[in-house]
Design a binder for this molecule. Structure first.
Ligand SMILES: [Zn+2]
Length: 71
C-alpha cells in the first residue's frame, strides 16, 4: 500500500485577517507569503491564528434579541 505523506498547509495570518486565503511557502524553518511578504516561524503564526480565533469566537452561537439587549 502506497504511503501518503500529507503536507501541512499554513495560511498567511495577515492575508486571512483581510479575508484573503493565501497559503504560505516554506523557507527553512520560516514560512513566507508571496502576496504580502509576511514571514515568520510556525510558533509565531500559531499565535496569530489564536488572535484570529477571537474574531470568530461567536460564529457557532446564534445570538437572540434578548442576548443582544443585554450586550
Ligand atoms: Zn500574506
Amino acid at each position: 500500500m502506497a504511503e501518503i505523506k500529507l503536507r501541512k498547509v499554513m495560511r498567511c495570518p495577515v492575508c486571512f485577517a483581510r479575508e484573503n486565503d493565501v497559503t504560505l511557502l516554506k523557507d527553512g524553518d520560516e514560512y513566507y507569503c508571496i502576496r504580502c511578504s509576511y514571514h515568520g516561524t510556525a510558533d509565531h503564526i500559531a499565535g496569530m491564528y489564536m488572535d484570529l480565533r477571537k474574531k470568530y469566537r461567536w460564529i457557532q452561537h446564534r445570538v437572540t434579541l434578548e442576548e443582544l439587549r443585554i450586550l
